[in-house]
Design a protein around this ligand. Structure first.
Ligand code: SIN
Length: 344
């Protein structure tokens, strides 16, 4: 039988409310990973399970320190011959950011699957137990190898690169806009319909922990990745203000992601502030607030003239993750950074 480790970090999947009818105002992360595992005896028919509690938080409070801890712990668990795959139980609110961070930093081809729930564990028709069973089925399936970090939610399997939360209350709360899911998990059957084309996990230079297999060139990155640099996030809108850009520059941000309107267009006051930030050595990446689609280089702003990088198909939140890692890894040249956004 495959051996799967389930790492608990909290979230609604481990949430507890005073009544079964309550799906808001509950305490996220109240139950332990062992309680979640005990609630699903069918897990024992899919894999040999070990549980590990790494945190018990509401994922709105996810920190960079916890990301580093999670990534290193998973790399060490997955390096063992005793583990075939891992599942992470997480809150839905920042799940897509954690998933992409791991997608870029883990150094294993073994399946790593994040799952979550929209209803607390105490609710009528809680969705967590089935999501957990499905996530373990995905992690235990040999066909899941080499696909990067995955998200199993509401019977669909998404790539960490493309997935995003799209509903505040529906139990079908995740989607991969434009790309679509990678596959499906249904009554234990795991099936894939496509592969991830962007590079991930073992094929990125972002390495947090040394391993015997690490190429010598990657080992250099180990110390450079901590602490991760400050990256600001600002939005363009009618009557946009330059104040947040100036505040991030004054605070010493190494980069700023701007979620532009439409295909990444920027209010002229904001664009001017960002162009000035570039002149002061801050890296600026242009993404979109729309939620799906592609930011074409020079499509809505004069990227080459102003020194802006294009996020391509990455959301502003994931663009922030990539820029943080790229700068920490010593990537500074404009062309190298743009290539990173085109590649990962
Ligand atoms: C959280 O993100 O931890 C709370 C919300 C949720 O899991 O749905």
């Amino acid at each position: 039988m495959p051996r799967v480790v389930v790492v608990g970090t909290g979230g609604t999947i481990a949430g507890s409310a005073p009544t079964a009818a309550q799906t808001t105002g509950y305490q996220a992360g109240a139950l332990s990973v062992s309680q979640l595992l005990d609630a699903v005896p069918a897990l024992g028919t899919v894999a040999r399970i070990a549980g590990e509690q790494l945190a018990s938080i509401d994922s709105k409070d996810m920190s960079l320190a916890l990301w580093l801890q999670l990534s290193k712990r998973l790399d060490s668990l997955l390096a063992s011959d005793e583990i075939d795959g891992a599942v992470i139980t997480h809150g839905t609110d920042t799940l897509e950011e954690t998933a992409y961070f791991l997608h870029l930093t883990l150094k294993s081809a073994k399946p790593v699957v994040l799952t979550a729930a929209m209803r607390p564990a105490t609710a009528l028709s809680a969705d967590g137990p089935m999501n957990l069973l499905n996530a373990v089925s995905v992690a235990a399936a040999p066909v899941s190898h080499g696909r990067g970090v995955l998200v199993a939610f509401a019977n669909r399997i998404h790539s960490a690169r493309d997935v995003t939360k799209t509903s505040t209350f529906s139990i079908d709360a995740f989607d991969s806009p434009e790309a679509g899911p990678l596959g499906w998990v249904h009554d234990g059957r795991v099936e894939y319909g496509r592969r991830v084309e962007h590079r991930h996990t073992v094929a990125t230079p972002f390495r947090l922990a040394r391993s015997a297999a690490a190429p010598v060139t990657d080992a250099v990155l180990h110390d450079a990745l901590e602490p991760l640099p400050m990256i600001g996030l600002v939005t363009s809108y009618a009557g946009a203000s330059r104040v947040p850009v100036d505040a991030f520059v004054a605070a010493g941000a190494a980069g700023i992601i701007v979620a532009g309107t439409g295909s990444g267009s920027l209010h002229h006051d904001l664009q001017l502030a960002l162009a000035e930030a570039v002149e002061r050595g801050v890296i600026v990446v242009r993404a979109s607030r729309v939620g799906s689609g592609h930011i074409l280089r020079n499509g809505s702003a004069a990227d080459d003239r102003l020194g802006f990088i294009s996020a391509g198909t990455l959301s502003p939140y994931k663009a922030r993750v990539l820029l943080m890692l790229a700068l920490a890894a010593g990537m500074r040249e404009f062309d190298v950074l743009q290539a990173a956004f085109d590649t990962f």
